[in-house]
Design a protein around this ligand. Structure first.
Ligand SMILES: C[S@@+](CC[C@H](N)C(=O)[O-])C[C@H]1O[C@@H](n2cnc3c(N)ncnc32)[C@H](O)[C@@H]1O
Length: 247
């Protein structure tokens, strides 16, 4: 069985020779021009509501400094504007994705508050105890070393600060499980290949979801690396989950 945590044989986008990180950055650079469009098409827009729910869940503590890891085209960072923060920093390893994100920020005139910069979740050297909240949308599944990424984010969080992770999970219940299997076997790869021109990106997606340690398995990793109060709630009938934890 392939596992996201198995360094000998991780699920990677293209091959077993380059690192997962290089391949993930390459894949997102390739599909960046269609990422937002395909996200909305394949999910029928549901992902927007999930990000909104995340933002609502971290609103109690009124975070003023927010780090959006694996920011991509910046949708989570833009959704976090609802919290009326002083500053949002988005980091990502795909310059291609952030190029489209920066264009959106310019159109929305949000560049004074949101900045997108190159940064790897596992190694970025943002100051210790510097962020009130960290968000990660559909990013952790793609990390090369999940625990290293989570540990570095814990370092950056202020004591009492919150981590909010939104990630796909494998649905377990009839008929969502059956619909999901059909969608990922036939619809996702066909539309993904047609519109993004990267035939592998949208077969990597279900494989990486299958290999991802979701639900309780993810909260036990959060506990293991040192977070407190870790919890999760399923959204979209088990298609995704929102994980919350504190430093
Ligand atoms: C599916 S996109 C999600 C984008 C955005 N967060 C959203 O909600 O739409 C995943 C992003 O994770 C980024 N990524 C993967 N591994 C990363 C890492 N180690 N550090 C930072 N970003 C990473 C990819 O480059 C890609 O832009």
């Amino acid at each position: 069985m392939r596992s996201a945590g198995n360094k000998m044989n991780p699920v990677t986008p293209y091959n077993n020779t380059e690192s997962k990180k290089e391949q993930v950055a390459q894949m997102f650079d390739n599909i960046a021009f269609r990422y937002d469009f395909l996200n909305s098409l394949l999910s029928l827009g549901i992902h927007k509501g999930w990000r909104k729910k995340c933002i609502k869940l971290i609103s109690d503590k009124q975070p003023k400094t927010i780090l959006d890891v694996a920011t991509g085209t910046g949708d989570f960072a833009i959704a976090a504007m609802k919290l009326n923060p002083d500053k949002i920093v988005g980091v990502d390893i795909s310059e291609g994705m952030m190029k489209f994100g920066r264009e959106k920020l310019q159109k929305l005139q949000l560049e004074k508050i949101i900045t997108l910069q190159y940064g790897d979740a596992e190694t970025c050297d943002l100051p210790e105890n510097s962020m009130d909240a960290i968000t990660v949308g559909f990013g952790v599944r793609n990390f090369e070393n999940l625990e290293k990424g989570l540990t570095n984010m814990l370092r950056i969080l202020k004591p009492g600060g919150q981590l909010c992770v939104l990630e796909f999970s494998s649905p377990r219940q009839f008929p969502v499980k059956q619909f999901y299997k059909f969608h990922f076997k036939y619809i996702t790869p066909t539309l993904g290949k047609l519109f993004s021109k990267d035939s592998r990106a949208y077969t990597y997606l279900p494989e990486s979801i299958k290999a991802f340690p979701d639900n309780e398995r993810f909260t036990s990793i959060l506990d293991k690396v040192g977070y407190t109060k870790s919890s999760f709630r399923s959204v979209g009938f088990g298609l995704a989950a929102i994980y919350l934890a504190e430093k």
